[in-house]
Design a protein around this ligand. Structure first.
Ligand code: AMP
Ligand code: MG
Length: 509
C-alpha cells in the first residue's frame, strides 16, 4: 500500500462523542491492491452543504445508526467536507470501451470514501460522486448537478424495490455551489453504496499493465470479494469468468423484463458484481419497441433496448480477453476456453429470460411433460404483438393481470391480442389453475408503478425549484412497486397521453 497523505485536522469527521461511531464498521481492502489501482484524492470543500436526501431504510439495513445524527453532521460527511480518520479517500483507476473505442478513464468525479462491513458480514463501498476533481478528471470539473443525482437516487431505489441488483444511494447533499453545464445548475454530491465498484474496465486497465502480478492481484481480490465459493478451486479464474457471465446474463434479463434501458453500456459501466451501475441516461420504456433509445448521445442506437443482451455479450468478450493469461499459459488454449465461456452468455440469457417471463405470465415450469414446451413461443408472440400494436410495456401485463378499467380498446377489442389471450388461458388451465388464479399470479409478479419518464421529469422539475414533496411522494410509491398506492394507481401507473417519442436523456456530466 502507498502511504496516504495526512488528512488536515479540520477535514476529519468528528461527530459529538455522545453519538458514538454511529455503527460504522470500516475496513480498507481496495487500497491493499498494488498502487497502480488508485490515486489518493481528498474531496473538494463545499461551501454550504445541505442534506437533501437521506436513505434511512438503506442505512438501517447496513447497520448504521445515522438517524441519531443531526442533518448538518451528515451533510459534512456526505459532501466529503469531512472524512474518516485513517481512511483517506481514493479515486479508482480503470479503463473502458466507450461506444466501442478503448479509453483510459478512472474516477474523474468520484472517490471511495470508505468500505463498511455490515452485521451480516457483507462488505460495501461507500462512494461519493460529484465530490470534485481527481487525477483522472481530464477536462471535467469533477462535479455533479443536483437533478441527475436525484434522478439516480430515484431510479436506483425503484430498481432495488423491483428486485433488480443495483447500486444504491445513501444520501444526496447540495453543495451550495454552482456547476456549469449548458447553463448554471446547483451542484450536489451523491453517496453511492455498491457491493464494489470493480468493473470490466478495471480488468481492462489491469490487463494493460506490464506486470502480470497486478492482474492476478485484482482477480484474486474480485474472486474473494464477490465469488468466494470459487476460492481454492483449481480452475478459479475460468470459473470466475463464467460466474460473471452468468450473473450478467440474469441482470440483463431482469432489465428486459421491466423495459429498462441502461443507455450507456460501456465496459466501465459493467459491474463485476453484476449490479446495475451508472444511472446516467437510463430510462424505462413505455410503448414496446426493441429499437427504443432515449440517450441523446447514442445516435447509432448501440445501446437500444433490444441490443442490451448482444452488447453485454460483447462486453463479456472484452472481459474474457483480460483474463486470458490467467486462464492458461497456453494462449491458444486460453482463447478457446474463454471463447467457449463467452458463447455461454446468450443461452444463459435466454434461459434467465424464459424463467423471468414465465413468472411474469404466471406460468409454472414444474408441469407435466409438454405443457411448458411452447412457453418461449407464447412469450415471443406476446412481445411481437406488443411491438406491432405499440402497446405499453407495463400496462400490457396489468391487463393480463385483470386490472379493471384499463385496456378496453387496444386490448380487448383487438383480435390478435384476444387470440393470444386464449392461448395463455389454455396454458394456465393446463397447469391446473383457473384464469382468475393465473391473473392473480400475473398481478403479483408485475409492478403497478415504474419510474415513468414524464413522472420523473415532473418531480425533478419541482425539486429544481425547491419543492421536494413530489419527489418524496414518488419515491415512496416506487418503493412498493407491486402494491397499488392507496389502492389507486391511476396517478403513477399510466403512460403519458403523448407517447415518449421525443423524450431524451442526458449523461448529466
Ligand atoms: P460516466 O459517463 O459517468 O460513466 O463517466 C465516464 C468517465 O468520465 C468516468 O471516468 C468519469 O469519472 C468521468 N467523468 C464524468 N463526468 C465527469 C466530470 N464532471 N468531471 C470529471 N470526470 C468526469
Ligand atoms: Mg461510468
Amino acid at each position: 500500500m502507498v502511504q496516504a497523505p495526512a488528512i488536515p485536522r479540520h477535514r476529519l469527521w468528528s461527530p459529538p462523542e455522545n453519538l458514538g461511531n454511529l455503527g460504522w464498521n470500516l475496513e480498507r481492502t481496495y487500497s491493499a491492491l498494488p498502487e497502480e489501482f488508485y490515486q489518493w484524492a481528498l474531496p473538494e470543500f463545499s461551501a454550504e452543504p445541505r442534506l437533501i436526501q437521506f436513505n434511512r431504510s438503506l442505512a438501517e439495513s447496513l447497520g448504521l445508526k445515522l438517524e441519531r445524527a443531526p442533518a448538518e453532521i451528515l451533510a459534512h460527511l456526505f459532501s466529503g467536507n469531512q472524512v474518516f480518520a485513517d481512511h483517506h479517500p481514493l479515486a479508482q483507476a480503470y479503463a473502458g470501451h466507450q461506444f466501442g473505442g478503448f479509453t483510459m478513464l478512472g474516477d474523474g468525479r468520484a472517490v471511495l470514501l470508505a468500505e463498511h462491513r455490515d452485521r451480516q458480514g457483507r462488505l460495501w463501498d461507500v462512494q461519493l460522486k460529484g465530490s470534485g476533481r481527481t487525477q483522472f478528471s481530464r477536462h471535467g470539473d469533477g462535479r455533479a448537478a443536483l437533478g441527475p443525482m436525484l434522478r439516480e437516487y430515484l431510479i436506483s431505489e425503484a430498481m432495488a424495490a423491483l428486485g433488480i441488483p443495483t447500486t444504491r444511494c445513501l444520501a444526496v447533499v447540495a453543495t451550495g455551489q454552482t456547476v456549469m453545464r449548458e447553463r448554471a445548475l446547483p451542484g450536489a454530491v451523491l453517496t453511492r453504496v455498491a457491493s464494489s465498484h470493480l468493473r470490466v474496465g478495471t480488468f481492462e486497465f489491469a490487463a494493460r499493465l506490464p506486470q502480470l502480478d497486478r492482474l492476478t492481484a485484482l482477480a484474486d481480490y474480485a474472486v474473494a470479494r464477490h465469488y468466494p465459493e470459487l476460492l481454492g478451486g483449481a480452475d478459479k479464474y475460468f470459473e470466475f469468468l463464467r460466474a460473471v457471465i452468468r450473473c450478467q446474463a440474469r441482470l440483463v434479463a431482469l432489465w428486459m423484463s421491466v423495459g429498462f434501458i441502461h443507455g450507456v453500456l460501456n465496459t466501465d459501466n459493467v459491474s463485476i458484481a453484476a449490479e446495475t451501475i451508472d444511472y446516467g441516461p437510463c430510462a424505462f420504456m413505455n410503448a414496446f419497441d426493441p429499437a427504443k433509445v432515449f440517450s441523446s448521445i447514442d445516435t447509432m442506437g448501440r445501446y437500444a433496448y433490444g441490443n442490451q443482451p448482444q452488447i453485454t455479450a460483447w462486453n463479456m468478450a472484452r472481459f474474457a480477453e483480460t483474463l486470458l493469461p490467467l486462464i492458461s499459459t497456453d494462449r491458444q488454449e486460453a482463447i478457446e476456453r474463454a471463447t467457449g465461456a463467452v458463447h455461454e452468455f446468450l443461452p444463459r440469457y435466454v434461459e434467465a429470460r424464459l424463467e423471468i417471463f414465465r413468472l411474469k405470465l404466471g406460468l409454472r415450469a414444474d408441469v407435466a411433460d409438454g405443457v411448458a414446451a411452447d412457453d418461449q413461443q407464447l412469450i415471443d408472440d406476446l412481445l411481437s404483438w406488443m411491438q406491432e400494436a405499440k402497446a405499453d410495456f407495463m400496462t400490457t401485463f396489468r391487463v393480463i393481470a385483470g386490472d379493471v378499467g384499463i385496456g378496453e380498446c387496444l386490448y380487448w377489442e383487438n383480435i390478435q391480442f384476444n387470440q393470444w389471450y386464449e392461448r395463455w388461458k389454455r396454458r394456465i388451465e393446463q397447469q391446473g389453475m383457473s384464469t382468475v388464479e393465473g391473473a392473480a399470479a400475473v398481478g403479483r409478479a408485475n409492478p403497478v408503478v415504474i419510474p415513468r419518464n414524464h413522472r420523473v421529469e415532473e418531480v425533478l422539475a419541482a425539486a429544481g425549484v425547491g419543492d421536494l414533496q413530489p419527489f418524496e411522494n414518488f419515491l415512496q410509491t416506487l418503493r412498493n412497486p407491486f402494491q397499488p398506492p392507496d389502492g389507486e394507481p391511476a396517478d403513477y401507473g399510466p403512460p403519458p397521453a403523448e407517447a415518449d417519442r421525443c423524450y431524451r436523456t442526458f449523461c448529466g456530466t
